[in-house]
Design a protein around this ligand. Structure first.
Ligand SMILES: *Cc1c(COP(=O)(O)O)cnc(C)c1O
Length: 236
């Protein structure tokens, strides 16, 4: 991996990503501020994450609890105001650590893990339900037809506030191919919002990564999770 030390590549990349987000939002008739950038820092060394924070990144996404907790601790002095997002699969036995570490959990995909979080949370923790819209066996998340049942169950658990839905689209050559996936998630959020469950507001849609965030924004994403377009390709 190239080491530009000062992180000059991050400056350029971040500016480009922000421009692309703003352009995609405007094209969709939305305000650019309506789309929050979650910079995905898995595998990215702390000094490069610090550079992103200096450049104004306020939301960081990690897909492992351990790595997120370590980085949060290492950056606590530099970044008291940063929000930490868990975007990867959460195992029940890590729920306590996750509840302590993260400000928003994107990946609640079953009742058991939600119950584990609920037991360990102090105060209130916002969560998203991860939906496997594409149905790929390699992806976590509940099927769209099970999402209502999961939502009802999670909405009854103390300490958890369901704020929206998250999905990952399949890897494809042409990002346009992901559009039906994002459209389906947005529609599902509207349908489930129509249930008007107490304490549930499905206003967050976490969808879109480096390959497909512009399509996701045009379908209503307001949280985009972007790693390699900012920090460069990951090894391995
Ligand atoms: C790694 C990851 C991302 C970011 O992927 P890029 O293609 O690097 O933008 C987004 N969401 C999840 C769940 C991830 O694991």
């Amino acid at each position: 991996m190239t080491n530009l030390g000062a992180g000059a590549d991050i400056d350029v990349n971040l500016e480009r990503v922000r421009e692309r987000i703003a352009r995609a939002a405007r094209r969709a008739g939305r305000a650019p501020e309506d789309v929050r950038l979650v910079a995905v820092t898995k595998g990215v060394p702390v000094d490069r994450v610090r550079r992103a924070i200096e450049l104004g990144v306020s939301d960081l996404g990690e897909n492992r609890v351990q790595e997120g907790a370590a980085k949060r601790a290492a950056l606590a002095g530099d970044a008291p105001a940063v929000s930490w997002h868990l975007i990867g699969h959460l195992q029940t036995n890590k729920a306590g650590r996750a509840a302590e570490t993260f400000d928003l959990i994107h990946s609640v995909d079953g009742v058991r893990v939600a119950e584990a979080l609920s037991r360990r949370v102090s105060g209130s923790l916002p969560v998203l339900l991860q939906v496997n819209v594409s149905g790929e066996a390699s992806k976590f998340g509940v099927g769209p037809e099970e999402a209502g049942e999961l939502l009802r169950a999670v909405s009854r658990l103390p300490g958890l506030v369901v704020r929206g839905l998250m999905t990952m689209a399949p890897l494809v050559d042409d990002p346009e191919e992901t559009r039906p996936i994002f459209r389906r998630l947005a529609r599902l959020a509207r349908e489930l919002g129509g249930l008007r469950l107490p304490g549930v507001s499905l206003d967050l849609l976490s969808m879109g990564m480096t390959q497909d965030f512009e399509v996701a924004i045009s379908e209503g994403a307001n949280l985009v999770r972007i790693g390699s377009a900012i920090f460069g390709p990951r090894e391995g």
